[in-house]
Design a protein around this ligand. Sequence first.
Ligand code: ADP
Ligand code: MG
Length: 251
Amino acid sequence: MMVELAGVHKSFGALHVLKGIDLRVRQGEVTVVLGPSGSGKSTLLRVINHLEKIERGTVTVDGELLGYRRSGDRLYELPERDILRQRAGIGFVFQNFNLFPHLTVSQNIAEAPLSAQRRPRAEVAELTARLLDRVGLADKAAAYPRTLSGGQQQRVAIARALALEPKVVLFDEPTSALDPELVGEVLEVMKDLARSGTTMIVVTHELGFAREVADTVVFMDEGRIVERGPAAQVLDAPRHERTRAFIGKVL
Ligand code: ADP
Ligand code: MG
């Protein structure tokens, strides 16, 4: 099991956002998370990156407890440097790309391996070139993000997320901010990652992508996973009325 959430609860003040989430993602599997706006999908991803602390439950990535260490029956929060080390093993792709505007494409990708991992420059240059080639942007290495289309920027963001060779990559609605004609090129890169065995958790409304590459589809509503299963079952023969209503709306 690469990612495992057990009994995870998260509140913002009085607002109970995650209400006992259990989720298991095997190495090399793709899990697509569906659900209406406000159901807790982004919070779920942020919890897996320890960008949000949880009140109850545990998150485990590659067998290691995330954000905490266990001592007897109690959990103690890890020091910041351990959390940063854990976070380096988890790639995150945001809806709005979040590239560094003052850095070129290749500098965006090289930043973390150089500064966080202190890898040699020549090695990082090679890695950067390989990743840019992989997302089809070898000719944009020296360009600045603002000169790229949204689809190109998101492909750079994916390359950047891969630069630390993460154990799992989390995607939060990676195509929602794109013009419709640019969605396909980003989904193609994601499909390629999926085929090559990357463990992925993807929040998206792209049901075609889910049908094609997801091993498991999870439907969230009001902070709970109300339905989960193989893509064909959840998308084509949903058991719950709320899943059916949601899929009807998205299609
Ligand atoms: P989704 O991604 O499914 O749209 P979110 O996880 O973003 O849902 O949000 C779930 C609920 O938590 C929403 O009601 C949202 O307003 C609330 N929420 C998210 N982040 C915060 C925060 N930092 N502070 C307060 N409320 C938040
Ligand atoms: Mg969201």
